[in-house]
Unconditional design. Structure first.
Length: 105
């Protein structure tokens, strides 16, 4: 119970201190966007440097080309609707100070 409460408090804290940013991302030489994500679509690592300059660890992906993720994982949406796209625009929620946010567990 206390772990669930912590997760909810962390989400509220994140929403309060976040701003929305739109970023164009490109596929790397391996054909992927090179972004490692948590179950909540929070960026946890980069598999290659293609998009590391425009995204930050802790960014939470909210939309892909104006399609809201809601409860869907980014990888599933990209595979289903953007499989042939070499570039997509992501809307991410970013902590206002620019620093990484601890991913919710």
């Amino acid at each position: 119970m206390s772990e669930t409460l912590f997760v909810k408090v962390e989400r509220v804290r994140r929403l309060h201190s976040a701003r929305l940013v739109e970023v164009d991302v490109q596929r790397g030489e391996d054909g992927s966007f090179g972004i490692g994500l948590s179950d909540e679509n929070i960026i946890t690592n980069f598999h290659h440097a293609t998009n590391a300059a425009s995204l930050q660890l802790g960014d939470q992906v909210c939309k892909v080309d104006s399609v809201a993720l809601v409860r869907e994982r980014l990888a599933h949406l990209v595979q289903r609707q953007f499989a042939d796209a070499q570039q997509v625009r992501l809307q991410v929620s970013r902590v206002a100070d620019g620093g990484p946010c601890k991913p919710c567990e």
